[in-house]
Ligand binder design. Sequence first.
Ligand SMILES: [Zn+2]
Length: 482
Amino acid sequence: MLAAVFTLSASLEAQTLKQTKNKTQTQNRAAPVLEQASKTGPKTGSQVGPEAGTKAGQEPILQARNRTLLTNFYYLSRDSGQMTRGENMLIEDGIITSINGIENSCPECDPMDLEGGYLIPGLMDLHQHLNVGGSGKESTSQKLKLLRRNLYWGITTVYNPNIKLPLLRAVRAAVAKNPTNYPEVFAAGQNIGVTGGWGSVLVNNYPELKIAATRQLAGGADSLKISMDDMSWLSSKPLAQFPELLLRQAVALMHSNKRRLFLHASQAKDVETALQAQVDVLLHGTVDAPLSQKTLTLLARRQTGYISTLALSETISDVRSAVKKMRSFDPDRINGSVLYDNMSSELMAINWLDWWDKSNLLKAKLPVLRGNTVALVRAGGLVGIGTDAGTISIILGASLPYEMFLHEQIGLRPLRVIQMASYNNARILQISDRTGSIEEGKEADLVYMRSDPTAGIRALNSTQWTMQNGSITFRAELLRGK
Ligand SMILES: [Zn+2]
């Protein structure tokens, strides 16, 4: 057992605890002019190679910096939670160095006039599997294309709670090679469950769990995901429940290694157990019963991350209607019309019943699920946004604005929902010190749209481009490469 502990610690030390994005920026000095872009095809932030580095011992020369000057826009301010007028924003080497500064003169910059459009922080999907949401049989290169496609919806960060280690390695390599071409990826490796229960790697006891955890983290996972759900809310033949003691041991193991434990739990009693065990993040909303005031208070006090995955339950309840709505957030059908047609067919509803025989009963539970989300937001909880995209019928990318739209529909202000999908998600991933909001000193991870999102999440359909660490990817560019 000691050997196993040593292996885990050693493997953890060998890795950097925090991912840092490659700061190599592409030059935006010849800033794209939007009008021109629409005529001649969009320019990209990736048209120029990496800057020439300065030699060791030399003073860095100012001109070597990659600078972009944005002018004439509104941006979502973290402090006010409102759209705020921006005269200018200077981005240097991928970092926002100044907003509305008087010193924002950048003589060599060709200012990029945003024509009164709207900037929000890069969005994050905190529950995304790397499949489009159909058969799930994509090749590795197709999966990398899907990962990149996230930028179409302004998604600059994803958390993958269940990914095979060879694929994770391929993803890490691709992102390291072209960090501005993809969202930043956080991942749990393979989802761990108990024998007879839900999960991709099934264990019987603590020694087995420790070996599994060691493998995942050594293989590139940032955190661990455990499934504790017996799935009795979806199936009349429940699976084995993940034991409470083993959960406590798993959390202690992760915390002693400065890692977080994400949990699949969907039922109120499991949330209480998870809180007792000091779980860090709940990856699904609570669907079977209202959370008690005591639980809400504790979730808020601990700032336990809570991801409702409303899109998942909506899809299981009424796949045809849910997929139609997801399609409405893919205005260019970048995922292909056939996918949406197939996934909203009558057959899919029958399939869901085949897989989970109580899925037709879920519709009656939706008010409970929604009520728990609203109650936790009101209680001051750390509620983030994630979709379970890649699960069949939950369409990658399009499901994120849909998930946000569902949060708007339960009564949350659109700009608040955007902050949940950016700042709250960044806090859940513990990266809010460097991204997740539009502030000086933060990474330039931005989404630019023509319509005002104050009026509604539908404005996300007017997205023109996504900026990842200062580098712009236009929607049109992704459409060409699909
Ligand atoms: Zn999932």
